[in-house]
Ligand binder design. Structure first.
Ligand SMILES: NC(=O)C1=CN([C@@H]2O[C@H](COP(=O)(O)OP(=O)(O)OC[C@H]3O[C@@H](n4cnc5c(N)ncnc54)[C@H](O)[C@@H]3O)[C@@H](O)[C@H]2O)C=CC1
Ligand SMILES: O=C(O)[C@H]1O[C@H](OP(=O)(O)OP(=O)(O)OC[C@H]2O[C@@H](n3ccc(=O)[nH]c3=O)[C@H](O)[C@@H]2O)[C@H](O)[C@@H](O)[C@@H]1O
Length: 435
């Protein structure tokens, strides 16, 4: 089928290439000319495992065309809107201006019978509002939230845990769902759950899922705070409660907490929307989830001060990790970069290393010093802070690292290192949530 994808960021670019890999003829549109140019040349505009290979495969089939000209979407039968919904400056609410602009430009191109599919994460009520615009052009709207994780984006797009459609009432909704089933036929062949519901439920499913994940992380980080004062070990605690199948061990990794372009802004936008709907108390707990998350960053800076004898000013500190999570170059609301910036503000001589995210980090925090060679970054450091659990940091040899640094202090911000082997190599090991 001929389809279009509007917005070629972490979500849209992977969606477009994945749909082309399923055999569809895809036209992708983005307002960012540099991004379009990179994709047109078969190059991923960001680091995502497996994405370069997918692009190369798709390029060979000539089924993916990219452009800045929205007129190119005319002739496609299904149009996926994948533009950003960042946090508004000075407010908790989502900035919907990109979604509104994208819908306005797409409806000018659609033909009667087309299906417009919203994939961006939006506040509940947005789809019902946009449906009128789409229907006025003779097309139908489906809200089809996306649940992919960065670092696993290709895998999650082609093999999701579930697919959710929010559709209009009646025949029109059934017909639109049927068209989307055709697009996803190869994905649905794996028989994962497919939930067809109304617009508000589909929108709420997305923010509820991200809120639950954020809550799970902050729950374990609250336990980490208690372990720190009571002398417990949060990693053992997480293992023990995680054995209960009702709780589960996943997303109970205590440490610096959550960041990225989604969980933080989604829980904030949910609070703002609940407030508008007159039900702020329903999700007031998310304020605490957010506060626990921020406290972990503050605690990390305190811990660095403690191991350095009370003051970080003038002390050489190496921050390992700038991305918000491993296997990504995304630094949006990155806990690691935030801690590095806080240490820099406190006067520390900070050097930041990351295997993939230095270019993005430099744009976001140009005041920090970056080093792309890991051994050079470690040289002379008086404290080593592991803040993003990249494999290369987990694989560090503590003996070799110990020969490079100025003092053997390691702070494990992600509970990712093997404590015993670091201690055996003469390191003073400190971690969040472990006394
Ligand atoms: N990044 C992720 O892992 C996931 C993101 N989402 C949601 O998907 C949406 C997009 O997120 P990302 O891809 O991370 O954002 P992003 O910021 O990486 O990409 C958004 C893209 O849309 C483009 N754009 C903006 N206005 C446009 C317009 N009028 N026409 C065409 N292109 C336009 C931008 O230039 C940019 O390339 C957000 O709502 C996000 O919450 C949902 C699930 C996963
Ligand atoms: O809406 C979105 O954009 C996406 O947001 C998250 O995906 P993502 O942000 O890519 O990354 P996660 O793997 O969820 O990690 C988020 C943050 O939580 C942190 N985290 C994760 C798990 C954990 O146990 N502990 C923990 O601190 C990570 O380090 C990272 O900073 C969700 O997992 C996706 O399902 C969702 O589609």
């Amino acid at each position: 089928m001929r389809i279009s994808v509007i917005g070629l960021g972490y979500l849209g670019a992977v969606h477009a290439a994945s749909m082309a890999s399923l055999g569809h003829e895809v036209v992708g549109v983005d307002v960012d000319a540099a991004r379009v140019e990179a994709l047109a040349g078969g190059k991923a505009p960001f680091f995502e495992p497996g994405f370069d290979e997918l692009l190369t495969r798709v390029q060979d089939t000539c089924r993916l065309q990219v452009t800045t000209d929205v007129a190119a979407v005319a002739g496609a039968r299904v149009h996926f809107v994948c533009v950003g919904t960042p946090q508004q400056v000075g407010s908790l609410a989502a900035d919907l201006s990109f979604v509104e602009a994208a819908f306005a430009s797409v409806v000018g191109q659609v033909a009667p019978g087309d299906v417009v599919v919203g994939k961006s994460t939006v506040p509940v009520g947005t789809a019902a509002r946009l449906a009128g615009l789409v229907e006025a052009a003779g097309a139908s709207l489906v809200w089809n939230p996306e649940f992919l994780r960065e670092g696993f984006a290709v895998e999650d797009t082609l093999h999701p845990d579930r697919i959710v459609y929010g559709v209009a009432d009646g025949e029109a909704g059934v017909r639109a769902a049927g068209v989307l089933d055709e697009v996803y036929a190869a994905v649905l062949a794996e028989q994962m759950p497919r939930v067809v519901t109304d617009y508000p439920t589909a929108e709420l499913v997305k923010v509820a899922a991200n809120s639950f994940l954020a809550t799970k992380i902050s729950f374990i980080n609250a336990m980490a705070e208690l372990c720190e004062v009571a002398g417990g070990d949060v990693t053992r605690l997480a293992d023990a409660i995680g054995h209960d199948a009702r709780i589960g061990r996943r997303f109970l990794n205590a440490g610096l907490g959550f960041g990225g372009g989604c969980l933080p802004k989604d829980i904030r936008a949910f609070m703002a929307r609940a407030d508008e709907l007159g039900a702020p108390e329903a999700v007031a707990f998310l304020g605490e989830v957010d506060a626990i998350n921020t406290r972990r960053r503050v605690r990390m800076v305190e811990l660095a001060g403690q191991v350095l004898g009370g003051d970080v000013a003038g002390r050489r500190v190496v921050v390992l990790g700038a991305a918000f999570k491993p296997d990504s170059d995304d630094v949006r609301d990155s806990p690691a970069l935030d801690v590095a910036a806080r240490l820099g503000e406190a006067g520390a001589d900070v050097v930041v290393h990351d295997p993939q995210a230095i270019d993005n980090a430099r744009l976001k925090a140009p005041e920090l010093v970056y080093e792309s060679d890991l051994e050079a970054a470690l040289s002379g450091a008086e404290a080593v802070l592991v803040l993003t659990e990249w494999r290369v940091y987990k694989d560090l040899d503590p003996v070799r690292a110990g020969s490079l640094v100025g003092a053997r202090n390691v702070l494990d911000g992600r509970n990712a290192l093997d404590r015993e082997s670091w201690q055996a190599a003469g390191w003073r090991y400190r971690a969040l949530g472990r006394a």
